[in-house]
Structure formats: structure tokens, C-alpha cells
Design a protein around this ligand. Structure first.
Ligand code: SAH
Ligand code: DHB
Ligand code: MG
Length: 220
């Protein structure tokens, strides 16, 4: 990572996205539990909050909880009667996340579903769940297009859908790169081309984490 991107990320974080003990301890819990450090950065957590507030999000769906770091950021941007439903396949990650979410004081606003994202999505559609205002897709990368199609089924016009890790240091542009995680997000990015269900763009993300990108899509 270019040194200046990290320094500027710290500068913005200190100004606008300082972490309290609950967020710091969530990051520490990942090392303690042997869970990878692949949470969003603090500034990306704040970015999710800003995007949530811009659509006045009350009902939020997250795919991929890990230790609950992004979940805590999002839960904290909800109104009193808001809810984040977050889906995590790993029982270990879900258990650690629940402890972190409790310690952050937002467990009344968060429901952790332990299971495969695709099963949870299918069930939400079958149960005719009320539409979500904001959906953050950040679970396993190969089925990203399928997750996105379900997300649209669970949305209304104006719902914002954000998908993490869709640039992978530019490797998505290299069609010879056949890594599963790259193929999945490349498939999603191509699907968005000319997709009239949404108004979408991709922003590049630099900073504390490796160069990557997020899809920002608003449902038409
Ligand atoms: N959103 C988190 C990071 C998520 S990392 C944050 O920013 O703090 C991706 C997570 O997706 C991992 O915890 C992984 O266990 C989980 N995952 C992988 N496959 C999954 C699946 N099929 N369904 C749901 N979660 C899955
Ligand atoms: C990985 C997953 C993520 O969601 C992320 O933000 C960074 C890395 C990974 O699986 O390598
Ligand atoms: Mg991610």
C-alpha cells in the first residue's frame, strides 16, 4: 500500500471515525480468536453510516458478519427502532460477533443469523420479509451476482446496496485471473453493466486496507 494512503486514512479516521473501546476490542478479538483481519476499515465503517443516513435506513441486511465490526458501525447509525439482520456462516465467527455486539451495546438492534447467506436470502424471500432500506454484501465472493439478485428481490425503489471487495487491486480487469474470489466479483461487475434495475457505480477504496472497491447501487 502506498504510504500516503495509509497516512491520510489515519488522518481522516482521527478526525471523523475514531474507534471507541468496543470497536477496538472487536478488532483485537479477531487476533485472539484466530479470525482473519478482513473487517472494513474504520473510515469504511463511517462511510457505511453516512450512506445509511442518506437513505434513512431503518432495516439493514448484511451478508458476512465476521467479528461484527461493520455490524456495530451500522447498528450505531440506526434510529431507535431500527434493525440490522446479519448473516454469518461460521459458527465461531458468529459467536465472537455476538459477544462484540453485546459489548458495543447494540444487541437489541442486531439479529445474527448463523447459516449460509444463500439459505437466509431464500428464506427471507419465501417469508415475504419487508423490504430492506440498506444491504451490505460482504460474505464469500463467488456467489456475489446471486446475492445481488436476491438483494434486489428484498428491496424497494431507493434501497441502497453496497458490495465490498469488487476491485481486488485491479485483478478483476485481468480475465486471465481465475481465482474464485476474483471471478465472482468480476461476474457481478459485468452483470451491473446495462442493468436497468439499478443506478450503480464502483468506487475505488484505498487506505488502511489493500486497494479494492465497493459497488454502490440504488434500486430504481
Ligand atoms: N462484514 C465484516 C467482514 C466480513 S468477512 C466486517 O467488515 O466486519 C466475510 C465473512 O463472510 C466471514 O466471516 C465468512 O465466514 C463469512 N462467510 C463466508 N461464506 C459465507 C456464506 N456462504 N454465508 C454467509 N457468510 C459467509
Ligand atoms: C477478504 C474478504 C473481505 O470481505 C475483505 O474485505 C477482504 C478480504 C478475503 O476473503 O480475503
Ligand atoms: Mg469485505
Amino acid at each position: 500500500m502506498n504510504e500516503i494512503f495509509g497516512k491520510v486514512d489515519d488522518y481522516i479516521k482521527d478526525l471523523l471515525a475514531p474507534e471507541d473501546d468496543a470497536l477496538k476490542n472487536t478488532i483485537k478479538s479477531l487476533d485472539a480468536e484466530g479470525i482473519p483481519q478482513i473487517s472494513v476499515s474504520a473510515n469504511q465503517g463511517k462511510f457505511l453510516q453516512v450512506m445509511m443516513r442518506s437513505v434513512q435506513a431503518k432495516r439493514v441486511l448484511e451478508l458476512g458478519t465476521l467479528g461484527g465490526y461493520s455490524t456495530i458501525w451500522m447498528a450505531r447509525a440506526l434510529p431507535a427502532d431500527g434493525k440490522v439482520i446479519t448473516v454469518e456462516y461460521s459458527k465461531h465467527h458468529a459467536a465472537v460477533a455476538k459477544i462484540n455486539i453485546e459489548a458495543a451495546g447494540v444487541s437489541d438492534k442486531v439479529e445474527v443469523i448463523t447459516g449460509k447467506a444463500i439459505d437466509a436470502l431464500e428464506k427471507l424471500v419465501a417469508d415475504k420479509a419487508a423490504p430492506f432500506d440498506f444491504i451490505f454484501i460482504d460474505a464469500d465472493k463467488p456467489p456475489y451476482p446471486e446475492y445481488f439478485n436476491y438483494a434486489i428481490q428484498l428491496s424497494r425503489p431507493g434501497t441502497m446496496i453496497i458490495c465490498d471487495n469488487v476491485i481486488r487491486e485491479g485483478s478483476v480487469m485481468d480475465d486471465n485471473n481465475t481465482e474464485e474470489r476474483v471471478v465472482g466479483v468480476r461476474r457481478l461487475n459485468k452483470m451491473l453493466n446495462g442493468d436497468e434495475r439499478i443506478t450503480a457505480t464502483i468506487i475505488q477504496t484505498v487506505g488502511a486496507k489493500e486497494h479494492d472497491g465497493m459497488v454502490l447501487a440504488v434500486v430504481n
